[in-house]
Every structure is written in structure tokens, then in C-alpha cells.
Design a protein around this ligand. Structure first.
Ligand code: G3P
Length: 222
């Protein structure tokens, strides 16, 4: 199972990379907006430079999302982003135009991540269009009283039934249980916010045990 970090924050990406368990990065326009100080000074070129910086930190897939709605515009934007670095994966929304763009990128050997996926049929279409990754948003489904992880289970089963090579990225992860459930279901990847990555590491019994070990070790002379 691969771990991606779901952030555009370079410090968080560096910190997660230092742990030695990071396989890739996902970003989206909302995550980019969080790291922009003054939006009036942040240009498309700044965005591209930021994605290139992420690629220097992590040697794995880095999803950069298109911000157009029409297929032609998505294609132009995605080709531009893909030219930044070999690890850039073009993230396209699962819409009619997004599907057309994914099919185009697939025929050109440009990797894609179908995003904003909330139903099994959307995931099926992403795979048929040749998406390399599909991103079901589990937390946002949970937010509307729908079982987000049940969607992941359906997608994993459907892809296994037909041998689709599209990798499932569990996205919109909100807590450690989403990660455990992803692993039990055999999802390929979980893209995890930095705060949740830290939660995966910690356990109160580890902390209590360590405190006691340190206390007992202090009887020894250095
Ligand atoms: O990468 C996109 C996805 O993970 C968004 O998460 O928390 O905004 O629903 P969230």
C-alpha cells in the first residue's frame, strides 16, 4: 500500500518525506489556496513553480489539478503541467469533459488522476477512459451520512473483476480509521493530510511506555 500526502504545504511535504514512508503527493486548488499568502500576487507560473518544487522533494506521483471546465482547455493546461516534471500526474474532475481529457492524456502517455469521484459508475468510467488513478472522496461522503469506505470497497471489487489497472487513491481522508479500512479493503493508495499522518504514528500506550522506560533508564549512570 502506498501513502501519499494530501497537501500543497512544502514544510508538511518535507516533514512527511523525512519519515521515509511517503510515496507521492496530491494537491487541489483548495490546498493550493491555503498556501498562497496574497492571492493577487499568485500567478499560474507561481503555481507551476510550486508543483515543480514539490517534485524536487518527493520522487513519486505528484497530482496537479487542472482548473478549466472544457475538455480542450483541460488538455492544454494538463499538457503544460505534465511538461513540468515526469512525476506530474494531471488531475481532472470526473465530468463529461474531464473524461474526454483523461482519454486524450491516456493516448499521449500522460498520467491522470480522476478526481471528485463519488459513485461506482464514475470510477468505472475513469478506468475505461484510461485514468491511472481514481480518487473517491470518502470524508465528503461521510459528511452527508453516506458510507465513504463502502464506495472504495465497490471500486476495488469492480476493478478486480475486470483487471482494470487504475489505482485507487482513497482521498478526503479525515482520520486513522479511514487508513486502516483502506488497507483492509486492498486500496492501492491513501492520500493523507499531514495531521492524520502524525496521528498514525502516535499511541497513548507508546507514550506512557516510553515515559516509564525513560524514567527507569535514568537510574543508570551515563
Ligand atoms: O485531494 C482531495 C481530497 O482529499 C479533499 O479532501 O478534506 O477537502 O474533503 P477534503
Amino acid at each position: 500500500m502506498k501513502f501519499f500526502i494530501d497537501t500543497a504545504n512544502l514544510e508538511e511535504i518535507r516533514s512527511a518525506a523525512e519519515l521515509g514512508v511517503l510515496d507521492g503527493v496530491t494537491t487541489n486548488p483548495s490546498l493550493i489556496a491555503k498556501i498562497v499568502g496574497d492571492p493577487s500576487n499568485f500567478t499560474y507560473n507561481d503555481f507551476k513553480r510550486h508543483i515543480a518544487r514539490i517534485c524536487e522533494i518527493v520522487d513519486g506521483p505528484v497530482s496537479a489539478e487542472v482548473t478549466s471546465l472544457g475538455a480542450e482547455e483541460m488538455i492544454a493546461e494538463g499538457e503544460d503541467l505534465a511538461a513540468l516534471h515526469e512525476n506530474v500526474v494531471v488531475k481532472c474532475p470526473l465530468t463529461l469533459d474531464g473524461l474526454k481529457a483523461i482519454r486524450h492524456f491516456s493516448s499521449k502517455g500522460i498520467r491522470t488522476n480522476a478526481t471528485l469521484v463519488f459513485s461506482p459508475n464514475q470510477a468505472l468510467l475513469a478506468a475505461k477512459a484510461g485514468a491511472d488513478f481514481v480518487s473517491p472522496f470518502v470524508g465528503r461522503l461521510d459528511d452527508i451520512s453516506t458510507d465513504g469506505m463502502a464506495l472504495v470497497e465497490q471500486i476495488v471489487t469492480m476493478y478486480d473483476n475486470y483487471g482494470f489497472m487504475t489505482e485507487v487513491i482513497v482521498a478526503s481522508v479525515r482520520h486513522p480509521q479511514h487508513v486502516v479500512a483502506s488497507a483492509l479493503m486492498g486500496a492501492d493508495i491513501a492520500t493523507i493530510p499531514y495531521a492524520v499522518i502524525k496521528q498514525l504514528v502516535t499511541h497513548p500506550l507508546t507514550d506512557a511506555g516510553l515515559r516509564k522506560f525513560m524514567e527507569d533508564a535514568s537510574v543508570m549512570k551515563k
